[in-house]
Design a protein around this ligand. Structure first.
Ligand code: GLP
Length: 240
C-alpha cells in the first residue's frame, strides 16, 4: 500500500482527482467504483471542474457505487443515488444510464446482489475503486464481524455507523438500519483502489488500517492483500 500524506483536505481531493482523471484519460471507457460520504465530495468537485473546463471527458465512463441504504427510494434525498446525482453525475457529461447504484428498492436483495456483481463482471470489472473508511474500519457497508461476505449483499448497520451517519439526517431514528453493499471480495477484484481519509476523527481507523493484521473485525485491513492500493490522507488524519 502506498501512502500519500497531504497538507489538508483540498490537497487530498486534488491528489485523488489527479489519479482518477489520469485513469479516465488513459482509458476513456474506464469502469469506476464510486463512494459516497463527506470525504469524496471535494474530489468530485475537482472532477466536475476538470470536466467543465473541457480537460476530462466522462462520456464513455461507466460507474458502480459501493452501497445504498435499504430500503430507500432513489429520489429520497438521503439515498446514495440522490447523493451521486447531486454531487457528481448531474454536473458532468456521464451517461446516467452508465451509472449504477445498488437498487434500494430491490424486492429480492439476494438477487440484486448477484445481479450487481454480474453487471460489474460484464462491464469488464472495476478499473479504479474509490473508497472512504468508517470510524470502525468499515469499507462501504462491510461492518466489523466474525465473517465477511464476499459478494454484494444486504447487511445490517452497526450502532456506531448509524450514529456516525445520523449527522446527515434530522434524527437518529431516521437512519436506515440496513443497506446493500458490495462485499470485500467484489471490492478487492478492482484493478486499483484509492482510499481517502481526512480529519482527526479518522486517525484511529487509518492507523489501524496500517498497523493491524488482517482481521474481519477490521474490514479495512483486507486492503493489505491487494497489490495496487493508494491511501491518501491529510496531516490531521495521519498525525491525529
Ligand atoms: C459511510 C459509507 C462508506 C463511507 C464511510 C465514511 O457509512 N457507507 O462508504 O466510506 O461511511 O463516510 P464519510 O466520508 O462521511 O466519513
Amino acid at each position: 500500500m502506498r501512502v500519500i500524506v497531504c497538507k489538508d483536505y483540498n490537497q487530498m481531493s486534488e491528489e485523488a482527482a489527479k489519479i482518477i482523471s489520469s485513469q479516465i484519460i488513459l482509458k476513456p471507457n474506464s469502469v469506476l467504483g464510486l463512494a459516497t460520504g463527506t470525504t469524496p465530495i471535494g474530489t468530485y468537485k475537482r472532477l466536475i471542474e476538470m470536466n467543465k473546463s473541457g480537460y476530462l471527458d466522462f462520456s464513455k465512463v461507466k460507474s458502480f457505487n459501493l452501497d445504498e441504504y435499504y430500503p430507500i427510494k432513489p429520489d429520497n434525498v438521503q439515498s446514495y443515488r440522490y447523493f451521486m446525482n447531486e454531487n457528481l453525475f448531474n454536473h458532468v457529461n456521464i451517461d446516467i444510464n452508465n451509472t449504477r447504484v445498488p437498487n434500494g428498492m430491490a424486492p429480492d436483495p439476494v438477487k440484486e446482489g448477484a445481479d450487481y456483481d454480474a453487471q460489474i463482471e460484464a462491464a469488464g470489472g472495476i478499473d479504479l475503486q474509490l473508497l472512504g473508511i468508517g470510524r470502525n474500519g468499515h469499507i462501504a457497508f462491510n461492518e466489523p464481524d466474525e465473517a465477511l461476505i464476499s459478494g454484494t449483499h444486504a447487511t445490517s448497520l452497526t450502532e456506531d455507523t448509524i450514529e456516525a451517519n445520523s449527522r446527515l439526517f434530522n434524527s437518529i431514528d431516521e437512519v436506515p438500519t440496513k443497506a446493500l453493499t458490495m462485499g470485500m471480495g467484489s471490492i478487492l477484484k478492482s484493478k486499483m483502489i484509492v482510499l481517502l481519509a481526512n480529519g482527526k476523527n479518522k486517525h484511529n481507523a487509518f492507523k489501524k488500517l496500517l498497523d493491524e493484521e488482517i482481521t474481519t473485525s477490521n474490514p479495512s485491513t483486507f486492503l493489505k492483500v491487494h497489490p495496487n492500493v493508494v491511501l491518501i490522507c491529510d496531516e490531521e488524519c495521519y498525525n491525529g
